[in-house]
Design a protein around this ligand. Structure first.
Ligand SMILES: [Fe+2]
Length: 249
């Protein structure tokens, strides 16, 4: 089975549509989303409507924050979350649509296990909130603890920085891997990067295709100036949220 695994759409409809076109041209069987469909970006409702057609969408911290009390967010992120909540509740949408989207978020699972595969937003230890950054390879206790909780392979998002951690305590970026990683004997945590707000200095959307034990990292261009302009036009969304799309940070 050929699967697309994507994460951190963050209400960026232009990026999501570009990625979905790329996915379609690759004839995948199903789409798995690792959370944060909403938060930061200007089109939360349209992105949720797309996500409803995916096979699985894991709960992200921003999805959770939009429904419940947001905790641990920066002030800009929190303001974006309240704006997002306002969009979800807005009477411009028929009640049926509002309920459908709320129910969809409420039913998002915190993780998904399939034999040797685990799918989470953050980490195996704390699926909703824990970040695993490339520099964490130097935090031996953390990395050993995380790999202790993984059967073989864990797909995750949340940091918006794509790449592969292995139980040899190393991290390799997609470029270092030539955009291809073959799942083998070593346990691995694969970060699929972010569709809607990449932070590895490459502004193109990031996602992966998993096919027959091979992970292919894909980058997709989208009209990011259009998304950035939408953000600049919404006072409750910090201009920085648009600027960072242009720079991929
Ligand atoms: Fe995120």
């Amino acid at each position: 089975m050929k699967r697309a695994i994507l994460s951190d759409i963050h209400g960026n409809l232009e990026a999501l549509e570009a990625v979905l076109r790329d996915i379609e041209s690759n004839h995948v069987d199903e789409i798995i989303c690792l959370g944060d469909v909403i938060g930061y970006g200007p089109d939360p409702c349209a992105c949720l409507d797309h996500a409803m057609s995916f096979s699985v969408t894991i709960l992200g911290n921003h999805d959770n924050g939009a429904l419940f009390d947001p905790n641990g967010f920066s002030s800009g992120a929190e303001r974006a979350i309240f704006w997002t909540r306002h969009q979800l509740e807005s009477p411009v949408w028929p009640e049926e649509d509002r309920m459908r989207r709320m129910d969809f978020i409420c039913e998002m699972p915190r993780c998904r296990r399939e034999e040797e595969f685990l799918f989470v937003h953050g980490s195996a230890r704390n699926p909703l909130n824990e970040y695993v950054f490339p520099d964490d390879v130097y935090n031996v206790r953390k990395i050993e603890k995380l790999f202790g909780m993984i059967e073989r392979y864990c797909f995750q998002g949340h940091t918006h920085v794509p790449g592969v951690f292995t139980d040899r305590k190393d991290f390799k970026s997609p470029a270092q891997l030539n955009y291809r990683y073959e799942l083998g004997e070593h346990k691995a945590m694969i970060n699929v990067g972010s569709v809607g707000q990449p932070r590895d200095s490459d502004p193109r959307s990031s996602y992966v295709i998993l096919d027959d034990g091979v992970v292919e990292f894909r980058r997709v261009e989208y009209p990011l100036q259009k998304t950035a302009q939408k953000i600049y036009d919404i006072p409750d969304l910090d201009n920085f949220l648009g600027e960072r799309l242009v720079e991929g940070r």
